[in-house]
Write a protein that binds this ligand. Structure first.
Ligand SMILES: [Zn+2]
Ligand SMILES: [Zn+2]
Length: 389
């Protein structure tokens, strides 16, 4: 935490600047040592003692030494400093990071890196152009083989999230982490060039609700034909996160599932939820879900479907219950995921049928608009620092 006060400072970014965002990499690991290799561009190591040029494909080990960072190449130890920046000079600089301790697969990143020790681990920060970051998030969260308008919709949701959570890790000295706590980011988008194109063609665009507030742009794999009200799944209801019918995803593979559970197991679960299920006949467990419902009625009481979903690890909380032979409870479900917001399968299908990203977004989020972030009357504080210079 100490460096945060001594080294970093805040810059108030506006959209006229080339915006960068700082993302803590491998944030769920306690990194100690890693290996970096420039892939393209021209990189330098910058410390408070000066600058050291890195050759293409040169390997550098970066490791934690006490509360400082040690840099060495294959031949020698370059030194130990409190803070080390690895800075690209061309604007199209790409670098590979291979964590050594602990060992996990390498990933490739755009732009600049910064290292310091905090929380007894080697903090690894990617100071990256916001569009490149968003393209990385879209690739990680939506896969490499969809169409342009779908990627644009997904890019707007990722950008809207980023702008509304810039201060999430401010106390730790960066904007966002790369895990599911924020949005999953596995580095540079490399698998499909239209992902970055979708991000750049929608540069600056975000989604706002009727009050001009950035929305909570949630999404899931498949809604099963009807999305869920946010207030029924989570505590926070939003006017724009209300159930909508979705004909686009119904025939796709994730739209149906089936699970069979022994009758005794089902009974035990109901008893654990306070239902006097010991003496109920199996027929009283039957429930037919024609629409998405939130409460399963049984034994004169109700249980939230989301509780059943999490207990049995089901694909969704949208299902019917009946009894089949051999005393099995059969759950026949629809959809995959929490069901709130944009249905990715449906959105991909809309794109295939020629719908625009704005049509996709307004299908899943009621009463929202797409605006340029600069139209919002607010300034976002972006954590920046001296990594760049
Ligand atoms: Zn986070
Ligand atoms: Zn759907």
């Amino acid at each position: 935490m100490k460096w945060f006060f001594s080294f970093s400072f805040l810059i108030l970014f506006t959209v006229s600047h080339a915006q960068k965002i700082s993302v803590s990499l491998f944030n769920e690991l306690a990194l100690q040592t890693l290996l970096i290799t420039p892939v393209s561009g021209h990189y330098s190591v910058i410390t408070d003692e000066g600058e050291y040029l890195v050759f293409p494909n040169q390997m550098l080990y970066i490791s934690k030494t006490g509360d400082s960072v040690t840099v060495r190449d294959m031949a020698s130890n370059l030194g130990t400093w409190k803070r080390v920046s690895i800075v690209g000079a061309t604007g199209n600089d790409v670098i590979r990071i291979k964590p050594i301790v602990p060992a996990v697969p390498a990933q490739v990143y755009d732009d600049n890196l910064g290292f310091y020790v905090d929380f007894n681990r080697l903090m690894t920060i990617n100071l990256v152009d916001i569009d490149k970051y968003i393209a990385g998030v879209v690739e990680a969260e939506a896969g490499p083989s969809a169409l342009m308008e779908f990627y644009k919709a997904q890019a707007l949701l990722a950008r809207t999230y980023a702008y509304s959570h810039m201060e999430r890790h401010m106390g730790e000295g960066f904007n966002l982490c790369d895990g599911i706590h924020c949005q999953v980011y596995k580095g540079k988008s490399t698998k499909n060039p239209i992902i970055l194109q979708a991000t750049e063609e929608t540069k600056g665009q975000v989604v706002v609700d009727a009050n001009n507030e950035l929305i909570a742009g949630t999404f899931h794999a498949n809604c099963g034909g009807e999305t869920a009200n946010s207030g029924d799944v989570w505590v926070t209801p939003h006017d724009y996160l209300v159930s909508v019918e979705d004909n686009y995803c119904r025939s796709l593979p994730n739209s149906q599932w089936e699970v069979r559970i022994p009758l005794d197991t089902w009974r035990e679960f109901l008893i654990s939820k306070g239902i006097d299920a010991e003496n109920l006949p199996p027929s009283s467990f039957v429930f037919t879900s024609k629409k998405r419902e939130y409460l399963y009625p049984v034994g004169g009481k109700t249980i939230p479907f989301v509780d059943i979903r999490s207990h049995f690890n089901l694909k969704s909380a949208y299902f019917s219950v009946d009894i089949v032979s051999n005393n099995l409870v059969r759950l026949r479900g629809k959809g995959y995921g929490h069901g709130v917001g944009m249905c990715q399968d449906g959105a991909m299908q809309m794109a295939r049928r020629g719908k625009s990203y704005k049509e996709i977004l307004s299908h899943y989020f009621k009463g929202v608009s797409v605006i340029d972030f600069s139209q919002l009357d607010e300034t976002i504080e972006v954590e920046s620092d001296d990594f760049e210079e």
